[in-house]
Design a protein around this ligand. Sequence first.
Ligand SMILES: CC(C)(COP(=O)(O)OP(=O)(O)OC[C@H]1O[C@@H](n2cnc3c(N)ncnc32)[C@H](O)[C@@H]1OP(=O)(O)O)[C@@H](O)C(=O)NCCC(=O)NCCS
Length: 208
Amino acid sequence: MSTETTQSDAGLLALPFETRELRTERLRLRPLTKSDLEHRSENYQKRTDVVRYLRWEAHDHDEPAKNLEKRIALERLTHDGDGLIFAVELCATDGSDDHRVIGDVSISVKSARDAQVEIGWVFHPAVHGRGYATEATTALLGIAFGELGAHRVYAELDAANEASARLCDILGMTREALLRERDHIDGEWHDVAIFGLLDSEFEAAAKA
Ligand SMILES: CC(C)(COP(=O)(O)OP(=O)(O)OC[C@H]1O[C@@H](n2cnc3c(N)ncnc32)[C@H](O)[C@@H]1OP(=O)(O)O)[C@@H](O)C(=O)NCCC(=O)NCCS
């Protein structure tokens, strides 16, 4: 029996979506692998300034590792809850690749039936302020609204995460909701902000 997802299983999204390398002007986005984990963890994922607003990575130690390994093993988006992580590498100006991982971005299926997709990001502080996060997440939006056929793409952030809120603004996302004290982390309640972008808004911005 075929395990391929049928159109009706996939709802409004064009699933399955196979992971692959994506190129932008200055970046290469490739599937994150197990061998990236040590580097990722040493270089940015354990820095307190980086993980301050990463809810599960920062504050829970076993569950995130398991989650991450499961997501790394995934090669395609098929069902609700499936997510892919891309390592972001700098492309050298001479055309050869640097292979330095400067961050990672993720895309996951929240609801295939309703064509709802979530994106996320983390970048090394040494490369902040150069537009790399904007460039990588713009590529993700292209995939989400293009090949995947998302109707709405959203991001959930700690409401105090101003740098991520600014990135959402740059991407043309609207602040849709503030979920008061939704997360309890290390004894403190945190508000969560939700930013979203609709396919019509993405298309209108692309034409403008
Ligand atoms: C959120 C995060 C990715 C934002 O990083 P960032 O460096 O601000 O984002 P970018 O790389 O896109 O840079 C954008 C800035 O670079 C500027 N910039 C400089 N050169 C640029 C270029 N060539 N192209 C585009 N923008 C450029 C932009 O104007 C913008 O600055 P501004 O906000 O003053 O206008 C980063 O703070 C981060 O990784 N934080 C830790 C992890 C985290 O919190 N993740 C989110 C969990 S929800």
